[in-house]
Design a binder for this molecule. Structure first.
Ligand code: 5RP
Length: 220
């Protein structure tokens, strides 16, 4: 079974968490693309609307006829469905491989339940093998990179990439994130950082992992 088939399984399993008539939050990435397609195919017209975490997901949902609304008009969302680049057993995540981390963190914060969907390779013991994305204000990029280097990481500028918010991304290599909450706070304190891709203060509530033997549910 390919990683993509595993992602699709997890995405379909997330439909069980969607309450008909609700407004849901929708993340970004190849796993979420499967979720959007499955939502359109198997639950057509069932959700009232979605709040999107990226221009890419907005476009995909609109193409399927799923109404997309602004978070400011939505109130608290019942669920947020999104993928991840890594998860530990506490459901602390690394996100932002697709560069949508800031809006993802906002929509996750606005949601009652965060359902994370992934293939089983994403579950790790210690976060940090996947380079940690950090969204920065462009003028602060080099300064923030120096601060991240002092913390032991090796930041690499994701060149030719601009986020939906008009900012830039540093991907920080070689971090062993032993204390995700502490590091999330520490990096968010650096002037010029918009968002760090550690989701520990607001972790996922449920992780659906697609694997050879079906979908495994991990709860925090
Ligand atoms: C985008 C993300 C994605 O959820 C993450 O990169 C996982 O992507 P995929 O589902 O394609 O493996 O955080 O910013």
């Amino acid at each position: 079974m390919t990683a993509d088939e595993k992602k699709k399984q997890a995405a379909i399993a997330a439909l069980d968490y969607v309450k008909p008539g609700s407004i849901i939050g929708v993340g970004t990435g190849s796993t979420v693309n499967h979720f959007i397609d499955a939502l359109a195919e198997k639950m057509k017209g069932s959700v009232e609307a979605a709040v999107s975490s990226s221009e890419a997901s907005t476009e995909r949902m609109k193409n399927h006829g799923i109404p997309v609304i602004d978070l400011n008009s939505a109130g608290e969302l019942s669920i947020y469905v999104d993928g991840a680049d890594e998860s530990n057993r506490h459901l602390h995540l690394i996100k932002g491989g697709g560069g949508a981390l800031t809006r993802e963190k906002i929509v996750a914060a606005a949601s009652k339940t965060f359902v994370c969907i992934a293939d089983d390779s994403k579950l790790v013991n210690i976060l940090g093998k996947f380079p940690l994305p950090v969204e920065v204000i462009p003028m602060a990029r080099s300064m923030v990179a120096r601060e991240l280097t002092k913390m032991g990481g090796q930041p690499v500028w994701r060149e030719n990439f601009v986020t939906d918010n008009g900012n830039q991304i540093l991907d920080v290599h070689n971090l062993e994130i032993m204390e995700p909450m502490k590091m999330e706070t520490q990096i968010n304190q650096i002037a010029g950082v918009v968002t760090v891709g550690i989701f520990a203060h607001r972790p996922a509530d449920v992780l659906l992992l697609g694997g050879e033997d079906g979908v495994r549910t991990v709860s925090a």
